[in-house]
Design a protein. Structure first.
Ligand code: NDP
Length: 453
């Protein structure tokens, strides 16, 4: 098997090499997953729940190791990486309740009754992007396993290390061989094979809208179930009646967290014109205070971008004549650094305003009134996330209902909670992850009639 090198984005030095799976290894992993699924689905619900809790406990005792791997392999700040490893544990614990709650219905019908069962779909292919290697891996993996499926996961080639380690922890915790496999390799080879293989019955894909569209077309050829979590261009809408200090203080974290490599990034700040000047003053000091630097330092808030190629892509949105209002700092020297950057004023034809930058670049655009704010927010093919800042409860609800997006926060900049459904409108995706209904996406409803007459 050939190998590839994982680089530390903060130093540009190699971290380690990883064996690269090809189509043959993928087929072999799928065959193991098919066999393992027969036994896994038959494990008594309470025993499957207990195994998932042991898996969560194994993650819990390795949080520091997993966080260090994510710092080295993905450039995530240590505090963030530690939170992410804890999040994997929490998601496993949350879905460890699923096996004992896969409850069907009893439906009275003439001549008998019908009962429904939630049957696992079989083998699930999980395709994970590089931006949040641990959380996104857990969102598909935990409910899929809990519902009696086996999982073959393909981490992003840039960031495979934590998923590999988590799969080892699953084995150490007692999950049977073949139930959870992680196959590092190319998207066009391993990912494509998961999509094309008839024995993979569901794909969970998170990544770009372009590749997501191809994945959906591939799944269509097999009538394969698919969940898509794709790109975003979310709005952070600040009304004049809001707590402006709080809105401005959190706005950098709504877009520059994970160096802006976040599908939920509120990368368009829309501000009511009457408070624009004051908001910009507040935003400037907040942006300049973002601690950018060595991700291994506990106080760091923002690390580097993932790769040289990605930094070049992000930089293309800030050409020499870009309307830069102000910027934060970034280290010199090795590492794929890019400073937090605020562009203003920006028109609706500007690429950084219309396209997903996936880096620490935000645009600020004024609006006149509520209708104007909603129209601007919705003027995008995406619809994943967003925030609304206002002290008027009625307005908060009206605007929440009017903005075409899957996950909104009122007077808050945060997005994802594992207790609630997550996913996008429009080109941001298809289906929902997380929340109490996530296992539905990993089971088929079987309906059985029992004659009583
Ligand atoms: P990509 O779409 O390039 O890649 C995502 C994953 O798909 C990677 O594992 C990649 O493998 C794999 N892949 C690539 N080509 C294929 C193929 N032909 N068939 C199957 N799999 C394939 O996205 P990025 O990794 O660049 O991630 C960034 C994007 O993800 C952004 O657009 C962002 O908005 C989106 N995203 C969406 C989220 C959401 O929840 N809605 C969350 C996080 C990110 P390889 O590593 O080899 O390239």
């Amino acid at each position: 098997m050939s190998e590839f090198t994982v680089l530390n984005p903060a130093t540009e030095r190699p971290v380690t090499t990883v064996a690269e799976a090809g189509a043959e290894e993928t087929d072999a992993a799928i065959a193991r997953a098919v066999t393992a699924q027969q036994a896994w689905r038959a494990v008594a619900p309470g025993d499957r729940a207990a195994l998932l809790r042991r898996f969560a406990a194994a993650v819990d005792t390795h949080i520091s190791e997993l966080a260090d791997l994510e710092v080295a392999g993905s450039g995530h700040p240590l505090g963030q990486a530690t939170w992410e490893a804890g999040h994997v544990r929490d998601v496993l614990l949350y879905y460890s309740a699923t096996p004992e709650r896969l409850i069907g219905k009893q439906i009275p019908v003439p001549g008998g009754l019908n009962v429904t069962f939630h049957e696992p779909v079989g083998v699930v292919g999980l395709i994970v992007p590089w931006n949040f290697p641990m959380p996104i891996f857990s969102w598909g993996m935990a409910p899929a396993l809990a519902s009696g499926n086996t999982v073959v996961a393909k981490p992003a080639q840039l960031t495979p290390l934590t998923a590999i380690r988590i799969a080892e922890l699953a084995l150490e915790a007692g999950l049977p061989e073949g139930v959870l496999q992680v196959l590092p390799g190319r998207g066009s080879v391993v990912g494509q094979r998961l999509v094309d293989h008839p024995q993979v019955r569901k794909i969970v894909f998170t990544g770009s809208t372009e590749v997501g569209s191809e994945v959906m077309a591939g799944c269509a050829r097999h009538i394969k179930r698919v969940t898509l979590e794709l790109g975003g261009k979310s709005a952070n809408i600040v009304f004049a009646d809001s707590d402006l200090e709080r809105a401005a203080a959190t706005a950098p974290y709504a877009v520059f967290d994970n160096a802006g490599q976040d599908c939920c990034a509120r990368s368009r700040i829309l501000v009511q014109r009457s408070v624009l000047d004051r908001f910009m003053e507040l935003l400037e000091s907040a942006v300049k205070n973002v601690a950018v630097g060595d991700p291994a330092e506990p106080g760091t808030e923002m690390g580097p971008l993932i790769s040289a190629a990605h930094r070049q892509h992000v930089a293309s949105y800030v050409p020499g004549d870009a309307p830069v209002a102000f910027r934060g700092s970034a280290p010199d020297g090795p590492g794929f650094w890019f400073p937090p950057t605020v562009l203003a004023p920006v028109g609706a034809d500007y690429p950084a305003y219309t396209e997903e930058v996936f880096g620490p670049v935000v645009t600020v655009t004024p609006f006149e009134d509520e209708a104007d704010a909603v129209a601007i927010a919705n003027d995008t093919p995406y619809g994943l996330s967003g925030s609304i800042w206002t002290s008027d409860v009625g307005r908060a609800i009206r605007v929440s209902r009017a903005v075409e997006t899957g996950t909104l926060s009122v007077n808050s900049h945060s997005s994802v909670r594992y207790w609630t459904p997550f996913g996008g409108f429009k080109q941001s995706g298809l289906g929902r992850e997380l929340g109490p209904d996530a296992p539905d996406a990993f089971t088929e409803t079987k309906n059985v009639f029992i004659a009583t007459d």
